[in-house]
Design a protein around this ligand. Structure first.
Ligand code: GLC
Ligand code: CA
Length: 530
């Protein structure tokens, strides 16, 4: 790895979904001032960067992923002045800011689209994809056709997501230039990097029948980030590639494109779609992690370590035990991901074991994807009750309920009614209860992140899998020069794991473990230093 890649291994990134993080003016919606008020909390946890989900001006057809102005802040979240204060406060604490860049589509309320739809010959007419007739029968991500008719032009435009999110036409050089300017604007504002929304879709391959991985994809990524002005940035692209050659084309150091990718192999593990539970999942996840740790190591690529984000219900509720073993599974999952080699991303609330909600009807849900899925499930023959169960399991709303900070009414998120109902488990799972508990997930995260911070082996050292295929646990080594750590993560069932040669115990999640005892209880972890 080169110097730049190595330096990114020092990052620990915390993802904030601003709408649901902290409300300071009691309108029920999180805001930038709320984020500022929690910066000391985040430093205490041990993170040194924030990925901020979109906070640009937006009509919120897809909660900010429909941008109406890339250079202004959503009214509910605050002002550009608040943004300047946030950046200043972050930088003064040594924290980096990763903005969310949404280059594939804008809102239909963006000035470019408002102009574009007026006629076939105006300066913006080719900013989007316009056709006289639909050229395929693609389904939009949140339902319906991707084609929408506009009488003024007597033409159809392409929208891969909601009708309110027209896809930008990157084959128009003016669009490339506009988006470069947006990037530069935020670099000048002080952004240290970007998470790039559905980057694989900015070049389409209509002939191959897909809205992604088109022939000019790398030319466009290069235009965005292969410039002198952007050379220092940390960039992570959301990308549905799972082939190593494809991944290399995005993040090999010599290509000057992206630093790393979010790829989703481990979240998709063994399931047909995200609304259905899967069996024996941690073993599957382990094997996928081993595969990608090895491949990225071999090809000198930067891997991203994450289990949760705003598009998935909490990993612990799908793959761990979020009931009687919530502390144990939360800490086990954290250990098996965040002590690997790569850049850790922690989603808000994960640090105290936020789990999925359970609600009986759709009035408690908000997300476009949840409603689309619900309707499809009912159409396919499920009862309403069965369909709601699926949404409870896999819906994005689970990841978007207000942060439960404490036991006050409103969970310490807001004194007003929140924009989306609080978690059904808010009185049980909140930060205050976690900190008052003997078994605090927050304190475990803090200890784990400090172990990572204080030992170069966890950040820059090599990875080696020790456990083998048939095992129902994960043992791996991290090694740098003469320093070796062995990490043992047991899964659901008790196991016997010989560890007397691993050295001194430096981290554990069952408080009565003394050292190298070989019997491991459900989700028990132990980290040793040789
Ligand atoms: C990405 C975002 C998701 C959004 C979609 C459209 O997948 O993470 O939240 O709905 O892109 O922008
Ligand atoms: Ca607010």
């Amino acid at each position: 790895m080169n110097e730049k890649q190595l330096s990114f291994l020092d990052l620990v990134i915390y993802q904030i979904y601003p709408r649901s993080f902290k409300d300071t003016n009691n309108d029920g919606i999180g805001d930038l001032k709320g984020i500022i008020s929690k910066l000391d909390y985040l430093c205490d946890l041990g993170v040194n960067a924030i990925w901020l989900c979109p906070c640009y001006k937006s009509p919120n057809k897809d909660n900010g992923y429909d941008v109406a102005d890339y250079r202004d802040i959503m009214d509910e979240f605050g002002t550009m002045e608040d943004m300047r204060v946030l950046i200043r406060e972050m930088h003064s604490r040594g924290m980096k800011l990763i903005m969310d860049l949404v280059p594939n589509h804008t809102s239909d309320k963006h000035k470019w689209f408002i102009e574009s739809r007026k006629s076939k010959d105006n300066p913006y007419s080719d900013y989007y994809y316009w056709f006289d007739k639909p050229i395929n029968d693609w389904r939009a991500s949140f339902g319906g056709s991707v084609w929408e008719y506009v009488p003024e032009r007597d033409q159809y435009y392409l929208h891969s997501y909601t009708v309110g999110q027209p896809d930008l036409n990157w084959d128009n050089p003016k669009v490339v230039k506009e988006m470069q300017d947006v990037v530069d604007f935020w670099v000048d504002m002080g952004a240290d990097g970007f998470r790039i929304d559905v980057i694989d879709q900015i070049s389409k391959d209509f002939e191959a029948g897909r809205n992604c991985f088109g022939p000019n994809l790398h030319k466009y990524i290069n235009a965005l980030f292969g410039r002198e002005k952007t050379a220092h940035l940390f960039t992570v692209g959301e990308c549905w590639a799972n082939d190593i050659e494809e991944i290399k084309r995005h993040i090999s150091a010599d290509r000057n494109e992206l630093s790393t990718l979010f790829q989703f192999d481990h979240l998709e593990a063994g399931r047909s779609e995200k609304f259905t539970p899967m069996a024996d999942s941690l073993v599957t996840v382990r094997d996928i992690l081993i595969k990608w740790q090895s491949l990225t190591q071999q090809h000198q690529l930067l891997y991203s370590l994450f289990t949760d984000n705003h598009d998935n219900s909490p990993f612990i509720s799908r793959i761990g035990n979020d009931k009687e073993l919530r502390y144990e599974s939360a800490t086990c999952i954290a250990t098996m991901f965040y002590l690997l080699k790569g850049v850790p991303f922690i989603y808000q609330g994960q640090e105290f074991g936020i789990s999925s909600s359970h609600y009986d009807d759709m009035s408690y849900f908000d997300d476009v994807e949840s409603f689309d899925m619900y309707n499809r499930l009912v159409d396919s023959g499920l009862t309403e009750k069965e369909a709601v169960e699926k949404i409870n399991f896999g819906g994005r709303d689970n990841a978007r309920r207000p942060m439960p900070w404490d036991n006050s009414v409103g969970g310490g998120f807001s004194e007003a009614k929140a924009w989306i109902p609080l978690s059904s488990r808010v009185n049980e799972i909140n930060l205050e209860n976690d900190l008052n508990s003997q078994k605090s997930i927050f304190r475990f995260y803090k200890a784990m992140l400090s172990l990572r911070k204080n030992n170069i082996a966890f950040r820059k050292g090599g990875f080696k899998a020790v456990s083998s295929d048939g095992d129902k646990y994960f043992v791996f080594e991290r090694e740098y020069k003469n320093e070796t750590f062995t990490v043992v993560c047991n899964f659901e069932q008790p196991s016997v794991i010989e560890c007397k040669d691993f050295g001194t115990l430096v981290l554990n999640n069952y408080s009565d473990r003394v050292g190298a005892e070989s019997s491991f209880r459900p989700y028990e972890i132990a980290v040793f230093k040789a």
